[in-house]
Design a protein around this ligand. Structure first.
Ligand SMILES: [Zn+2]
Length: 165
């Protein structure tokens, strides 16, 4: 498993639900947490590492005890709005201001197969929304303002060129 970059086609494919949490799910989650930590990210979705299923890992601090693993996450409610600078491990060197809900309620399955509901606010809410977007094949650049998108055209072209090489 390795980190995939834009414009890898798997990033534009909707991830499939995980029918059952198994040993494989736990193995994938552990590998994803490691890749995320190595790349100093705060969130990673399955399709970003070539695993086209609905699993995301999040860790805002880099401390092991703050590892979060969400299987089949679903945002069931959202409120407020906050505009913040945001980046993505699959888009090195690109960050832009993106509006997200300030608070979300997310339903997910944990690695023990238990269904849970949790509330997230601020940066955690942003990370959850960004990662669930990945599972739905929505890339953060599609949420940039047209002006910002224009500003990143050259960098995106560079990534596209690097990918074809
Ligand atoms: Zn991302």
């Amino acid at each position: 498993m390795k980190l995939l970059f834009y414009p890898h086609p798997i990033l534009k494919q909707k991830a499939a639900p995980i029918k059952e949490v198994t040993e494989e799910t736990r193995r994938v989650a552990a590998a994803m947490l490691e890749i995320m930590a190595q790349n100093k990210g705060i969130g990673l979705a399955g399709n970003q590492v070539g695993y086209p299923f609905r699993i995301v890992v999040i860790n805002l601090t880099g401390e092991k005890k703050n590892d979060l693993i969400l299987v089949n996450p679903r945002i069931i409610s959202a409120e407020g709005e906050e505009i913040c600078e945001e980046g993505c491990l699959s888009f090195p060197e690109i960050t832009g201001k993106i509006a997200r809900a300030k608070k979300v309620c997310v339903q997910f399955t944990d690695l023990a197969g238990k269904q849970l509901t949790a509330e997230a606010e601020d940066l955690l809410a942003r990370a959850v929304q960004h990662e669930v977007d990945h599972l739905d094949a929505v890339l953060f650049i599609s949420r940039l303002s047209p002006a910002e998108k224009q500003a990143f055209r050259t960098k995106l072209k560079q990534l596209e060129k690097k990918y074809t090489e």
